[in-house]
Design a protein around this ligand. Structure first.
Ligand SMILES: [Zn+2]
Length: 265
């Protein structure tokens, strides 16, 4: 039996998924806000000036009302620009790529070790895909909501506290950066999880019983995952205690090296 080739991994798909999510939500919100930034800044500056003039604990409600009206307008513009259908179709497209890669990788490694192709019926793959799409659309909608809430709070705080416009602008940049990071985290975590699920189902359908845990072998691997390197687990067992199968734990980049010898028994 020949040596098992290395895994290719899902990094490329994760990056593409992160870019897709950022393009579909944070960038849309960013673009609407940026286009209207002069109007937002004008209200914040007016509120700041008013606060400088009247040295009193109360804030004039005028600017807060103006800010709320503008935010409502921006929300409506964002609603128009964000397409749930496009989110769904991009999630599905990257889900299919992940599923195909898990199929191709398993076949490639089987071919290399066994010297032949392996095929199996794959019941359950479709329902896993449907769950992936539904779950990820919900997460991306959550990111949308979270981003808008942060920006709304940022604007209203600036107005009611009389913040300087330039401080507001630099904080707003941080909020956008936060959303991009969140999108990248969703991509990394979700693609890894889905890949692991698809892989597990396919491996079992092929008759594979066990695998060796394979970390990505770099300095970002957590200690408790590193301790699993090379350990043997069963595909239809619970995996590692408290961690599960590769990819299941949050942001886990580990994989499995199938024990193809089990197919020869
Ligand atoms: Zn891991």
């Amino acid at each position: 039996m020949r040596r098992l080739p290395k895994r290719i991994g899902t990094k490329g798909i994760e990056r593409e998924y992160a870019r897709a999510i950022i393009g579909l939500v944070p960038n849309v919100i960013k673009s609407v806000c940026t286009k209207n930034l002069p109007r937002i800044i004008a209200i914040i500056s007016r509120a700041h000036d008013a606060r400088m003039r009247i040295d009193a604990p109360h804030t004039d409600a005028g600017e807060a009302d103006d800010a709320q009206a503008l935010l409502d307008e921006l929300n409506a513009a964002i609603d128009d620009a964000i397409s749930v259908d496009r989110i769904k179709s991009e999630v599905r497209r990257l889900g299919v790529r992940t599923a195909n890669q898990s199929r191709d990788e398993l076949n490639r490694r089987a071919r290399s070790v066994l010297g032949r192709d392996v095929f199996a019926a794959e019941p359950g793959l479709r329902s896993q895909m449907d769950n992936f799409v539904a779950g990820n659309v919900a997460k991306i909608k959550g990111l949308d909501e979270e981003t808008r809430t942060r920006i709304e709070r940022r604007v209203m705080d600036a107005v009611t506290q009389g913040r300087l416009a330039r401080d507001f602008a630099s904080d707003l940049k941080k909020d956008f950066g936060f959303s991009d990071n969140r999108a990248a985290l969703i991509a990394r975590d979700q693609i890894g999880k889905f890949y692991g699920q698809q892989n597990n189902l396919r491996a079992r359908a092929l008759g594979l019983k066990r695998y060796r845990w394979a970390t990505s072998n770099d300095d970002r691997v957590r200690d408790d995952h590193r301790a699993l390197e090379g350990k043997i687990f069963e595909y239809d067992g619970p995996g590692a205690p408290g961690i599960g199968h590769p990819g299941e734990d949050y942001n886990c980049r580990c994989g499995d090296d199938p024990i193809f010898e089990d197919l020869l028994d």
